[in-house]
Design a protein around this ligand. Structure first.
Ligand SMILES: Nc1nc2c(ncn2[C@@H]2O[C@H](COP(=O)(O)OP(=O)(O)OP(=O)(O)O)[C@@H](O)[C@H]2O)c(=O)[nH]1
Ligand SMILES: [Mg+2]
Length: 427
């Protein structure tokens, strides 16, 4: 088992802006307000997909964004909501906020999903601000913007496929050929003491986790040799590949080796033998004649297993082997994740949108107000229009800005600066 870790960035969709519009029908010369609301931005969810085994895909795709909400339209048309993004992760993934270290969700099995970031709310169109005294509001509010957040995904990897067999048959060599793992390889027994693990990339579309496992000898099921290590590590794999030395380079009989290992598997746990579906005759480059090759094939196929020959060292037969492994893994089912309807999601309602903070401070005699939302609001407010200005002032009051200015000791007539806007403070 090893830990796979990867950092990614996600961003829920921005809310669409509300707009300012007026009716233009001929028979309605007064033209009431008709600016629609913006749509909400899409949310960021994480869902478990049991078909995914590692976080490797996230090494290539770092940025994940949900769709933005559309702006409002004329005739009070509401902007379309942005599509939520469902990010698929393997079972056993922990999602952390990279900046704070907070664990946001632990997605263990296929029932689990998490709402990690909510999309921004849509802004309101000018129609919303119509009152009996304010018949033609010339302002609207922008949608809420979302922050990109950095997450750390972490997963404990369990091998999908294990390489088993007698010592020195070339298990670690095979692992080193098909993955970027660098296991110790040596021409002596028990070179491997702890399993090594690597990720096999299959034709750029699939991947699986492969482990070499310490060599087995007779009596392994009772703990002889490194039997305990072997047994512990095979229990969670889906598939075992039995590697034999078909050249008999150590003067052993490959047929006998095959039977002995099968016997150990059976004695330890009868279900293990069902996982062992592929037998690999390694070291064909050293093979003297095809006689044992034929016998082993017959024996293996009689047991309903597949037999292939390779030379790990010469990289021969590797592609066909991977094809067969992949086929077997695919037979072991691949389920699409269930994307639940909104109201059925039970877990982890974490929302990591930062409050759109407003900063109020004093520099010499000038009072300054800053904040992303305020900056955008300024763009959509017409300061030549009294109603619009009043609306803006009310916003400042509602957000506690006026109170903060007072706390800083502001007096009547002092200057307040909000980006390009400057005005005199009046009670
Ligand atoms: N000629 C030849 N030698 C090989 C081949 N594959 C592995 N070997 C050699 O066989 C020896 C053992 O290889 P390893 O990969 O360490 O074998 P292992 O099964 O992992 O051995 P343990 O970890 O001790 O169980 C090394 O000297 C390898 O170079 C092959 O295809 N042909
Ligand atoms: Mg080894």
């Amino acid at each position: 088992m090893f830990i796979d870790k990867v950092d990614i960035k996600v961003k829920a969709g921005n809310g669409g802006d509300g707009i300012v519009a007026f009716r233009r029908e001929k028979y309605e010369p007064s033209g009431g307000p008709a600016g629609g609301d913006g749509g909400a931005g899409g949310d960021i969810y994480f869902v478990v997909d049991e078909g995914i085994r590692t976080l490797v895909e996230f090494r290539y795709k770092k940025h994940h964004r949900a769709e933005n909400g559309a702006n409002g339209g004329k005739s009070n048309r509401k902007g379309k909501n942005g599509e939520s993004l469902y990010i698929k992760v393997p079972p056993g993934t922990t999602i952390k906020n990279k900046t704070t270290g907070e664990v946001l969700a632990d997605l263990v099995d296929k029932e689990d999903q998490a709402l990690i970031q909510k999309g921004g709310g849509g802004g309101r169109g000018n129609t919303r601000f119509k009152t009996s005294t304010r018949r033609a509001p010339k302002f609207a509010t922008p949608g809420d913007r979302t922050d990109e957040i950095e997450l750390e995904l972490e997963m404990k990897v369990v091998a999908d496929v294990g390489l088993i067999g007698f010592p020195n048959v070339g298990k670690s060599t095979l692992l080193s050929v098909v993955t970027s793992a660098k296991p110790k390889i040596g021409n002596y027994h028990f070179t491997t003491i702890h399993p090594n693990i690597g990720i096999v990339e299959y034709k750029g579309v699939d991947s699986f986790v492969l482990a070499d496992i310490p060599g087995l000898i007779e009596g392994a099921h009772e703990g002889v040799g490194l039997g305990h290590e072997f047994l512990k590590h095979t229990s969670r794999t889906k598939l075992l590949i039995h590697v034999i030395d078909i050249s008999g380079s150590e003067r052993r009989d490959p047929m006998e080796d095959f039977e002995k290992i099968n016997d150990e598997l059976l004695k330890y746990d009868t279900s293990l033998i069902n996982k062992c579906r592929i037998v690999v005759g390694n070291k064909v480059d050293l093979m003297q004649d095809g006689e044992s090759s034929q016998k082993v094939r017959e024996l293996v196929e009689k047991k309903g297993m597949k037999y292939l020959e390779i030379s790990a060292i010469a990289h021969k037969g590797i592609e066909s082997l991977l094809d067969v492994v992949m086929q077997e893994l695919q037979l072991l089912e691949k389920e699409e994740p269930v994307i639940k309807p909104q109201d059925e999601i039970r877990v982890y309602q974490h929302e990591v949108n930062k409050e759109e903070a407003i900063r109020v401070y004093r520099e010499n005699d000038v009072y300054l107000v800053e904040g992303k939302k305020i900056e955008r609001l300024i763009d959509s407010v017409n300061f030549d229009d009294t109603e619009s200005t009043n609306f803006f002032q009310k916003y400042l009051k509602d957000k506690g800005v006026i109170q903060k200015l007072r706390d800083l000791g502001i007096n009547e007539g002092d200057t307040v600066k909000i980006y390009d806007i400057e005005f005199e403070f009046t009670e």
